[in-house]
Write a protein that binds this ligand. Sequence first.
Ligand SMILES: [Zn+2]
Length: 439
Amino acid sequence: MNVALIGPTCAGKTTCATLLGDAFPLRHLSTGQVLRENQAQRTALGILTRKYVERGELVPDEVINAMIEEAVRKLPPEEGILLDGFPSTLYQARFLEELFKETNRQLDAVVFMPIPEPVVFARAARRIPSRPDDRPEILHRRLQQFQRTVGPVIGHYRQAGRLAFLEASGSIDAVCAALTPVFEDLRRRQPPPALTADQQRFLDEFLREKTPDKSATPQPSLDLVVMGPPGSGKGTHSAFLATQFKLPHIATGNLFRENMDDGTVLGKIARTYIDRGELVPDDVSEAMVRERLARADTHEGYVLDGFPRTLPQAKALDEIMADLNRKLDRILYLAVPDEDVVARISGRWLCPICQTPYHLVHNPPRKPGQCDKDGSALYQRDDDTAETIRARLKVFHGQTVPVIEYYRQAGLVVEVPATGAVAEVDQALLQVVQQTPRR
Ligand SMILES: [Zn+2]
């Protein structure tokens, strides 16, 4: 008995193949493993394939065919094979049929294991250890390519009556449990179960040739950007809005740290600049934002804080949103006069032990200069001095105010005076966002 599992990345093919391969037993033959071994050993083939994978493209057929052929010819014909991720093109399917004929085998069934794209993203985000190519922008392109190349394979085996269908969004255990009776039937030389009407409809859609449709209706969501000078409380107010509307709060400062702490590809790239004491280039932060906004948890919308700060970044965000088939809904501009900014920031004091922030005017400690919680002597950050703040304000007026103008011309900006108490500003923002239609 010879079976092939076909599904997009993160469908759980490899885990299923390992479990079912042990249970039946079948020799598990995985394209991914063969590829990764070649890459880890840095063979010429491995180096070549990495370039394709990093671009989100599949490795050329002939390269994989050669690896698979080598592996299959090593096995005695009576030993059953469970292929995982192969064949993934029509050319590979024909190659496999030829190879199996020569080695006295027959492919009894192909199991198609589709999962929705958001599930792919969510699973990839949780994958441990994470892989350099688990980025959504790579995954998205990979899924599109998967559909284009695997579609004809699926059509081929459907026509031949050898296609089994299993929606693989469930747990690995559930998927394996569902596949076990199918495998038992195949072992008894019975054909795979007939496809249901729903599965036929899904396949019709999956096999339909897609043409890029720019006029597709955007998915309604609440996509907000919070802007303002330093010290305007962007972080605090963004967090409030995110909680109120159950949206992720995406602060670019945190995004940077997450990427570096998690050792993502982008984080590692950023780290090389930081270690050299250089500014991280715009395209790296743009890529981090692009990656973050493509994750499944932003489907209902998001509150973006700290991006864009420059006009080129604003243009990049336009492009990211267009690629996501979405539109920005509102730019919330927290307006604070310069002199208030200076007063606010220069009044900030911090506890060195528990990090509690205090403000000389708005939130003073009970005893001057001492933390309420642990009595530590409070200190002021180097960049919270009046001189530094004036320099930051200059950058804000030079770089970020033109961005606000840019959005104002697009009719997206609502200016909210942010000089009052935090709760008052929150309420004003709440009203604005409640009146913002999702689009
Ligand atoms: Zn303290």
